[in-house]
Design a protein around this ligand. Structure first.
Ligand SMILES: Nc1ncnc2c1ncn2[C@@H]1O[C@H](COP(=O)(O)OP(=O)(O)OP(=O)(O)O)[C@@H](O)[C@H]1O
Ligand SMILES: [Mg+2]
Length: 434
């Protein structure tokens, strides 16, 4: 094959960034998203498990279909006022006077004046606030209505990434803004909010306002299928000019387990191990030794992160005899990836710990969903089930307890230290062998 363009390996395999050159089109999700994007006034909630490809899908589709968009990344503690200010700030390039002039009368001059007026006033306010160290306040003129006009005039949609992270009170206010955007769709058909969030995000938006029910399009992004995952190395091979024999590619796909980020990481490691930094002149074939090196690198990189998350989940206060984290995760492992309800988990726990109480379980299940405890599990209100938040956590937990059991039997002790790298190596061996 003749290679016409050179690519850097980090731009081809992107474990921590939205894929561009290896972006895989996902037909079923695409169709729903595109239909929603083409319906005037439709507000959109894109939701799915962590790492399933929500952000990537949006980034790529908006580039293909939308004139302009702005993105606000949400985090816990972010207020409605800060969200409004963030959107306002991100619109600045569109209202920058030089740029607006070059585009043929795109933005009406009175609206531009209005934007710049609010901006000017905020600059004055913040100079004053610097002295008193106060937070930025929302100027009275920056109403949701005005923000809608500023967005609408520039044919911009507003993406709220990680929407699930903001507090319920702020979500209620954002649902109201969505409603206003729906009402203004006659004037500005492209005006919309796209909220990207975790599995239960769609319900969170709708439950605040029944009227929003048919004005919000909910797009569920599933984990990637094996065929979709396979396209990542398929495309990467072409762009960088190397070949993965089928047996090796199968292992990469199997180990990725529906998560594109793992696939990107493994492919990147393969390139590192084969010393491919950018598109190469003469095609080379990757052998099992290279894959083994790549997996070893994966173990070294991931062990700390996985160990960190499990250490947090298993942390005990002084004098505590029962390790709630271990008890709960062991019980959860008895169910498949879909997880189990609280009652089912308790029933499993009670087989070994008949005294275990529901309030303790409820409390600890909440902890296990928080970053402070590694966010190992998630809750899906639609099915009322708890499950591992990522397949790799589930697999790691299974291997972890198995290794702990083996060591306990050998050492005849009650507590043993299980080495994270050792667990990961076993996990990889088992996954690739099945
Ligand atoms: N369609 C796709 N084609 C190729 N790679 C993809 C695709 N979708 C996602 N990826 C890759 O998968 C990883 C995770 O994707 P992304 O960050 O979009 O997921 P997410 O659902 O937004 O995750 P989070 O819940 O953590 O925000 C990234 O490495 C990205 O490059
Ligand atoms: Mg994301």
């Amino acid at each position: 094959m003749t290679v016409t363009r050179s690519y850097e390996v980090q731009d081809v395999f992107t474990p921590t960034r939205p894929a561009r050159s290896t972006f895989v089109e996902r037909q079923s999700v695409n169709d729903r998203l595109v239909a929603a994007l083409e319906t005037p006034g439709k507000q959109i909630v894109v939701y799915g498990y962590s790492g399933c490809g929500k952000t990537t899908l949006l980034v790529n589709k908006l580039h293909q279909l939308y004139e302009n968009h702005i993105t606000t990344r949400c985090y816990s503690g972010l207020t409605f006022e800060q969200l409004m200010l963030d959107a306002f700030d991100r619109l600045a390039p569109f209202y920058d006077s030089e740029r607006t002039h070059t585009k043929t009368n795109k933005v009406s001059s009175s609206i531009q004046m209005n934007y710049l007026g609010i901006k000017g006033q905020m600059a004055g306010d913040s100079a004053r606030q610097d002295q008193t160290k106060q937070l930025r306040v929302l100027p009275p003129q920056l109403t949701p209505q005005n923000l809608a006009i500023f967005l609408g005039e520039t044919h911009c949609c507003w993406v709220l990434d990680d929407f699930h992270k903001i507090d319920s009170r702020e979500k209620v206010k954002m649902a109201q803004v969505m409603k206003l955007f729906v009402d203004m769709a006659d004037t500005y058909p492209e005006l919309r909010i796209i909220a990207i969030g975790a599995v239960d995000t769609a319900r969170q938006v709708i439950q605040f306002d029944r009227e929003m029910d048919n004005r919000v399009s909910e797009v569920f992004v599933p984990l990637m299928t094996e065929a979709e995952i396979r396209e990542i190395p398929d495309q990467g091979e072409k762009l960088l000019n190397f070949s993965l024999p089928p047996a090796i590619k199968n292992q990469v796909v199997r180990f990725s387990d529906g998560l594109a980020s793992i696939c990107h990481q493994l492919c990147l490691n393969i390139c590192f191990a084969a010393e491919i930094r950018r598109t190469i002149e003469a095609n080379i074939e990757i052998n099992q030794d290279v894959l083994d090196k790549a997996l070893e690198l994966y173990v070294e990189e991931s062990a700390d992160t996985l160990k960190g998350a499990f250490d947090q989940a298993f942390r005990q206060s002084h004098g505590q005899t029962l390790n709630d984290g271990k008890v709960i995760l062991r019980a959860l492992l008895k169910y498949n990836q879909e997880g189990a309800t609280k009652e089912e988990i308790l029933a499993k726990i009670k087989r070994k710990q008949p005294e275990y109480k529901m309030p303790t379980l409820t409390n600890f299940l909440r902890h296990l969903q928080s970053p402070d405890r590694g966010e190992l599990i998630r809750y899906d209100p639609a099915s009322a089930r708890y499950s591992f938040s990522e397949n790799i956590y589930r697999a790691y937990a299974a291997t972890y307890f198995e290794r702990e059991q083996q060591k306990e039997t050998r050492a005849q002790k009650t507590t043993v230290n299980v080495d994270a790298e050792d667990v990961l190596r076993h996990l990889i061996r088992d996954t690739l062998a099945h």
